[in-house]
Design a binder for this molecule. Structure first.
Ligand code: SAH
Ligand code: SF4
Ligand code: F3S
Length: 479
């Protein structure tokens, strides 16, 4: 099979942040008529790894495919197009993808016309792409995070041909509007407000895979929120690697607090946002969150480490004191605040004392939930070049210790719900017990309770009667 390279990733270009205005464009398909014909009677399968940015990309791909008659299938063996949407943030995320391609490649042998595509953050790394193309000759399409909107044209070119197509351009990226989107959920929606990342934390691959920080126009975001309100969406989550950097690249005069306030006034019952960087959090944002009932009092504020030297080496742009002051201001001004975080243990050469600073910070902040990770070197990032003197065994032990510290407060927090009545947005049937429904409180606690299926998508009152570390059990309360 011949390989046709339209663009090949390049980490130097990916790192580039030359000053330029954010480019806006509208989604466009060159071979629409032909694809509408081709899609008839055909099925697609998409598997998405990683963060909400990838989930949102999946929704765009679904929208595009379904607009030209493809039908979704959960069974890859009957698909005509298979797309694996990958994540590169840690090695274990990548390992899962290698495993899955290994399982799927057989379908290319039984169906020569099958489009087997790999996209997402993994393929933005030239060395990983090299490994993939050598290891899996069956894969016939690779495209990057900046090519999502070209999906139909890329399939058009790959289908029925005998070429392997690679279209991955490392660039700062643009903002594409008017995409064909098929949302995964009918009452909860993600709304992108800013793409990319300019922070370049020394351990992180995301700025290389997603381009520069670029905000959508304020009016485009608000149009989307208005539509969602009209369609009776109960919850929206504003998305960005750093939502609170919103607007910095535009000269529209709007910041993240304005996005929150304008959306809150439209009356969507629940407004959430993720992720916030401590560096970009302003007092104005805190005041707006405190002011509106329909802005959920949940802030995901990754700290990564509690030690100043480690934070400096990570390139996080704040120190422990700044972070703790910010937390204090938030807790003082926002009643019922639920704080969550991300923490990395085992950053290169992290000492036992430095790790203990993370433990003491965790004890002090008393997070209501947290994601914890063992540091994973990412090729091309500055941290990956540091010689590391910490053994994996020590890193694992620290990881366990950290989880124990976090759980002390998480359990206490869960226990405090017992006897109270909370508003729960019902997601669906419980994954572990089909007799139960599941949903989330405003503070983002998972609740299971008995109830009828017609409650799915509604906000109901639930009395909490039992608590576990990561979930609650309740009973429906009649209104
Ligand atoms: N933009 C978000 C996070 C994106 S990645 C933010 O800045 O908060 C999600 C989390 O993955 C990060 O917060 C970090 O804790 C973790 N992470 C990123 N790179 C990592 C690496 N190389 N090894 C381990 N964890 C990592
Ligand atoms: Fe990665 Fe840091 Fe950007 Fe978050 S802020 S995506 S951790 S570089
Ligand atoms: Fe993973 Fe890319 Fe998101 S690396 S965490 S899918 S931005």
């Amino acid at each position: 099979m011949k390989t046709k390279i339209i663009n090949y990733p390049d980490l130097l270009k990916a790192r580039d942040r030359h000053k330029s205005d954010t480019l806006f464009a509208n989604a466009h398909v060159s071979h629409l008529k032909e694809m509408e014909e081709l899609g008839k009677g055909k099925k697609y399968y998409i598997h998405t790894y990683g963060c909400q940015a990838n989930v949102r990309d999946e929704e765009t791909m679904r929208g595009m495919l379904e607009s030209v008659n493809f039908i979704k299938t959960e069974n890859p063996s009957e698909a005509d197009v298979i797309i694996i949407n990958t994540c590169a943030v840690r090695e274990n995320a990548e390992d899962k993808v290698y495993g899955e391609i290994g399982n799927l490649k057989k379908y290319r042998r039984s169906n020569k016309k099958l489009v087997l595509a790999i996209c997402g953050c993994m393929v933005e790394q030239p060395e990983i792409l090299e490994i993939l193309t050598q290891k899996f000759p069956e894969v016939n399409l690779y495209f990057g995070t900046h090519e999502i909107d070209q999906l139909l044209d890329l399939i058009y070119e790959t289908y029925n041909s005998d070429i392997r197509l690679i279209s991955i351009e490392s660039k700062q990226g643009e903002v594409i509007e008017n995409k064909l989107v098929k949302r995964n959920n009918e009452f909860k929606a993600y709304v992108n407000i800013i793409y990319g990342c300019n922070k370049f934390c020394t351990y992180c691959i995301v700025p290389y895979t997603r381009g520069k920080e670029r905000s959508r126009k304020f009016s485009d975001i608000m149009d989307e929120v208005r539509r969602l309100k009209k369609e009776n969406y109960q919850e929206i989550t504003f998305l960005g690697q750093n939502v609170n950097a919103y607007g910095k690249d535009l000269d529209e005069g709007h910041d993240f607090a304005d996005v929150l306030e304008e959306a809150a006034k439209m009356g969507i019952p629940r407004i959430r946002f993720t992720t916030s960087h401590p560096w970009d959090f302003s007092s104005k944002m805190i005041e707006i969150i405190a002011k509106y009932d329909n802005i959920m009092k949940c802030i995901h504020l990754p700290v990564q480490s509690g030690n100043d030297e480690v934070l400096r080496l990570m390139g996080r742009r704040y120190n422990r004191e700044h972070y703790l002051n910010l937390v204090k201001e938030m807790r003082d001004k926002i009643k019922g605040l639920s704080l969550s975080t991300d923490i990395i243990v085992g950053f290169p050469n992290e000492t036992e004392e430095q790790f203990k600073d993370t433990l003491s910070l965790v004890d002090e902040v008393k997070y209501e939930s947290a994601f914890t990770f063992i540091y994973s070197p990412r090729r091309g990032t500055p941290a990956a070049k540091m010689v590391d003197n910490v053994s994996y065994k020590d890193k694992s032990r620290r990881f366990q210790e950290l989880v124990k510290h976090l759980e002390v407060n998480i359990e206490k927090d869960s226990l405090s719900y017992i006897g109270g009545v909370y508003k729960v947005l019902v997601d669906g049937r419980s994954k572990t017990d089909s007799n139960m429904l599941s949903g989330y409180t405003e503070s983002n606690k998972l609740v299971h309770f008995k109830g009828d299926e017609n409650l799915i998508g509604k906000i109901v009152n639930v009395l909490i009667i039992e608590s576990h570390t990561y979930s609650l059990i309740g009973e429906l309360v009649d209104e």
